[in-house]
Design a protein around this ligand. Structure first.
Ligand code: UD1
Length: 417
């Protein structure tokens, strides 16, 4: 199990290279199933979620090959995946559904996350596929979709990122025009559309609430460099705000981080766009109100790191989580470090004060990174246990990147109690 030991940090100073976005790479790997020709992802991040989705793609008949700074996926022949375990461990694996269905007229995928539809739903993916002509049946923890799809209109009740991506991918290869209304506007959706355009798809409106896709007979291969990871960049900006640092986040795109930067600036941080990225400096000194929303609102994936900043900043901060109903699990761990956080349903009220080191456990990906940050501004030693490897699902070498800018943090491989 991975365990991290974190000591109180001086101000973080220096440069951090921001990696390629996990949430952009995953749908692009799934999109490679739409063509017989190889798709090459440039500068893929070394993350366990990426490796897991590659396993799913291989179980679909795709071949995956890594070269330095390149990941090739070639899917000459495809079938429905048999790696049910991987499907259940990672929600993003549902993204193979659209490509499989569009290319073969059949897809059988395990329900992700081990949860039934309704509790952690993929109902919008399924409703959308049904609107395009798929017959959908659910049996024994799997969903089977069949049929030759045709273009049509789909309205998403909520602008789900995954459902938008799945439907957009499926629509690239089907006869006629598809219109996705109330589509997700996240930069990763636009990035997937750009990759699909490079593969010969006809798409307009991606990045807005209405996406139009004109189906084509076949897509071809492409080399594609996905966008930098805005969540990694945002997490590092929070680390700067906590320690009173001065960091150049190389490659970070300020335009993808507006909501976070507005909020950190309200708290006292200074942020400047530079030709190579984004510079953040200063310390958070004032409390904040944060409401998570679909893009361009404040990202739910940065709620946990931002809560740590609020914990260390004098005054009362308030959080409203509107995207996921159970996303305050880090609050209990932060309380073990002396944080004063009250949670009532979707609201968390944080009274800023001093944190003290403790042994805490990573409960999910973003919560794990948040606990590392908390250790940087706590008194004494913080030990962050990550028995399920949540942190490396989405952050590449986070401890090395933080250490290089002065954070006293170490990863203790294979440590137990
Ligand atoms: C993606 C991101 C994740 C981020 C989330 C929200 C990837 C791989 N993951 O996840 O990091 O936290 O967007 O920005 O890109 N919903 C339904 N029915 C559905 C689908 C979703 O009710 O069929 C609900 C979800 O339960 C959730 C909300 O819609 O409450 C948003 O989910 P969605 O945008 O689909 O998130 P993901 O694509 O899974």
């Amino acid at each position: 199990m991975a365990t991290f030991e974190v000591n109180p940090s001086p101000p973080l100073v220096g440069e951090i290279e921001i990696g390629t976005a996990k949430n952009a790479v995953l749908p692009i790997i799934a999109a490679a199933l739409l063509t017989e020709e190889p798709v090459c992802v440039l500068r893929p991040p070394q993350l366990s979620d990426v490796r897991l989705l590659c396993k799913v793609v291989e179980s679909c008949g795709g071949r995956v090959h890594s070269a330095p700074d390149k990941l090739y996926i070639e899917a000459r022949q495809i079938l429905s995946p048999t790696v049910e375990d991987a499907m259940r461990r990672m929600r993003a694996s549902v993204l193979v559904m659209g490509p499989l269905l569009a290319r073969t007229g059949h897809a059988r995928v395990a329900l992700p996350g081990g949860c039934a539809i309704g509790q952690r739903p993929i109902d919008l993916h399924l409703k959308g596929m049904a609107a395009l002509g798929a017959q959908v049946s659910v049996q024994q923890g799997s969903v089977e979709l069949k049929g030759r799809l045709r273009g049509g209109a789909v309205y998403l009740d909520t602008p789900s990122v995954g459902a938008t991506e799945n439907l957009m991918m499926a629509a690239t290869l089907i006869r006629g025009e598809t219109r996705i209304e109330n589509a997700a506007k996240e930069p990763e959706v636009l990035d997937l559309a750009n990759c699909l355009l490079g593969m010969g798809a006809r798409i307009s409106g991606a990045g807005s609430g209405t996406i139009l896709i004109e189906g084509v007979d076949a897509l071809h291969g492409a080399d594609y460099q996905p966008i930098p990871d805005r969540v990694e960049a945002g997490t590092m900006a929070c680390a700067a705000a906590l320690t009173g640092g001065n960091l150049l986040l190389r490659g970070a795109r300020a335009e993808h981080l507006r909501a976070l930067l507005f909020k950190l600036q309200e708290m006292g941080l200074r942020a400047t766009e530079t030709p190579g990225g984004l510079r953040v400096r200063g310390r958070a000194r004032r409390p904040v109100e944060v409401r998570t929303m679909a893009y361009p609102g404040f990202p739910t994936d940065l709620q946990a790191p931002m809560m740590v900043v609020a914990c260390a900043t004098p005054g009362t901060s308030v959080f409203l989580e509107t995207i996921f109903e159970n996303r305050y699990m880090h609050a209990a761990e932060l309380r073990r470090m002396g944080a004063n956080i009250r949670v009532e349903n979707r609201v968390a009220v944080v009274e800023g004060g001093a944190l003290s080191g403790a042994r805490v456990q990573s409960t999910d990906l973003r919560a794990g990174a948040a606990l590392l940050l908390a250790g940087l501004c706590a008194q004494g030693v913080t030990t962050v246990e990550d028995p399920q490897g949540h942190i490396e699902r989405g952050y590449e070498a986070i401890e090395e990147k933080l250490r290089a800018v002065g954070a006293p943090i170490a990863r203790i491989e294979g440590a137990s109690e």
